[in-house]
Structure formats: C-alpha cells, structure tokens
Design a binder for this molecule. Sequence first.
Ligand code: FES
Length: 113
Amino acid sequence: MGKMEDPDGVGEVGNPVCGDMMVIYIKVKEKDGVEVIDDISFQTFGCAAAIATSSMITELAKGKTLEDTLKITRQDVANALEGLPPIKMHCSNLAADGLHEAIKNYRKKKQNK
Ligand code: FES
C-alpha cells in the first residue's frame, strides 16, 4: 500500500458511482523473455471494499505476466474476496480497471522511449 517511487506504469481511475478514486502503480521486469509484474502498490481514496479489492489485486497480480494480469477481471477480484455484496460490486471495478490502466500506461511509455 502507498505511493511508489519511480513506477513503470501508473493507472488512475475514478468511480462514477460514488466518486471514489484509486491509483495503481506497477514495476515491470523481464523474466525469461516475458514481462512480469515485479512490484505493485496502490493508493485508494475510497471505501473499505475499495481498499480490500486494491489489496487483493496486488496479491493476484504480483509475479504474473502482463498478459495474465490483463485477464484479471472485476469478477475475479470479487471472487478472490469470496464475494462482495451486490451494492459493493462497483467498488471492485476500480481495482481491476486501475490495474489495466497501469499496464496501458506502461506500454505507452515504453513505445515512446
Ligand atoms: Fe466508492 Fe466503494 S463506495 S469505491
């Protein structure tokens, strides 16, 4: 948890339902010729469910390849937490979307290098 110094990618998302916000930071490294999430952290300005899902997504993503990480869905995050009440489902969107944004940001930065 917390801001990352010098991240390779940053994903910032806002939740239109409640106005909460989340920032996901990633560090990427190459391992056996594939890019993997070497480190990940988050800052969440939101409810307890948003914090729980951010924390869960860091566990789900760490060490995974970028391709596998992009396959993590909102539902996976909710499932990993053994379900969220329906009213809180939108909170899990932030974590998955933020992570996907961070990877997009990383790829864009890399392209521009
Ligand atoms: Fe806003 Fe949960 S109520 S993220």
